[in-house]
Design a protein around this ligand. Sequence first.
Ligand SMILES: [Zn+2]
Length: 363
Amino acid sequence: MKTVMLPFLGKTPLLAAALGLFALVGFATQPAAAEERAKDLFGAKKLPAATSAQSIGFYSKGCFAGGVAIPMDGPTWEVMRPSRNRRWGHPTMIAVIEKLSRDAAADGWPGLLIGDISQPRGGPMMTGHASHQIGLDADIWLTPMPSHPLSMAQRESMSATLMVDEKTHLVKDALWTPAHTRLLKRAASYSQVERILVNPGIKKKLCDTVKGDRSWLRKVRPFWGHDYHFHMRIGCQPGSPGCKAQEATPDDDGCGKPLAWWFTQEPWRPNKNPDAPKARDLMTMANLPRECRAVLDAPAPASAEAATYHGGGAPVAVAPEPEAPSLPATAASGTAGLPSAVNAFTATPEIGAPLPRPRPPGN
Ligand SMILES: [Zn+2]
C-alpha cells in the first residue's frame, strides 16, 4: 500500500502524533479572551487542527480537532454549498457518509447531495445550526444526486426539494418514494449512527408505511425543519474522552404519543420573541470546553487537500496514540470497511449543503 505523508508532519510523525491534543492543551497558557464570540473565532478557521481526531464537548457546545474533509466530489456524492467550507468532520463521520453514499447507490439512490457537516474545527457557526459543532453531525439532502455533474455555481444555487407541506406538516405524497425510505433505513442501520433527525411529517410517513423490521425507526427522531434534508448524528468516538454523549433514544419506534404531539398546535406556535439572540450569538470561549482554546491555537495542515479523507473503505495506517484506544473492528456492525482508526495525522492510501432554516434552538 502506498502511503502519503501529510506535509505538516515533516519527518517526525510519531513525535507529532504522540504530542497530540493533550500536549497542545498545555501550551495554551495565554489568558483566553473570554469575551470573544466563539462563532467569530471558529468561523474564521479555514483549516482543521492537525492533531489526532478528537471531539470535545457536546453536539451544540463544543469543537473538534483532527478533522478531515470529504472530497468535493466522489463517485456517489457531491458536496453542496461548497463556499461555506462545512465539509469537515471527525474521520469516522466522513467514512460513514462515504459508506452511506455507496450503499445507497447500491440500494437505488443515485448518490448523496451532502449539506453541512462542520466547520474545520467545529464550534458554533455564524449562520444556521445549533449543533454540528463536534464533527459528528451531517445534513444530507432528500434530493437524489442528479445524473449530470453539478457545477460549483449550481451547487451554490440549486434548491433542495421541500418534502413536507408546511400547513399540514404531512409529507407530500407525490414526492415521497420507497427509495427515500430505503435511504433512511440504510443510514439508521449503521452502529455508529445514533440518531437521524427528520421533519415530523417524514417520521409519520415512516411510521405509517414501514412494514417488517421497524426496529430502526427508534433512531429516526422528529424535529423542526429537516424537511428537505435529514440530519445524521453519530455517537462519540473512541479517543474523545471529552466528548459528551447524548441520551439514548427510547427503545420503542417512537410512533405513538410523542409523535402525536407534533400534530397539535403546540410545537408550531409562533416564537414570541423571534429577535432574541440565539445561543450561538452569545457563546464565548468561556462557554466552551477549555480544550477548545487549544483547538483554535493548534497548527493547521498545509492545505485542505492534505486533510481530505480519501479512505474509500480501504484500511489505513494507524498513527500511535498512547492516550486513545483504537476503534474496535467494525466488521459485525454493518459498517465493515471503515478504517480502524484514522485522523489527520494518519497517512492515507492514495486512491482515487442545505439552506439553513430558522428553527428553535437545541437541534
Ligand atoms: Zn443538521
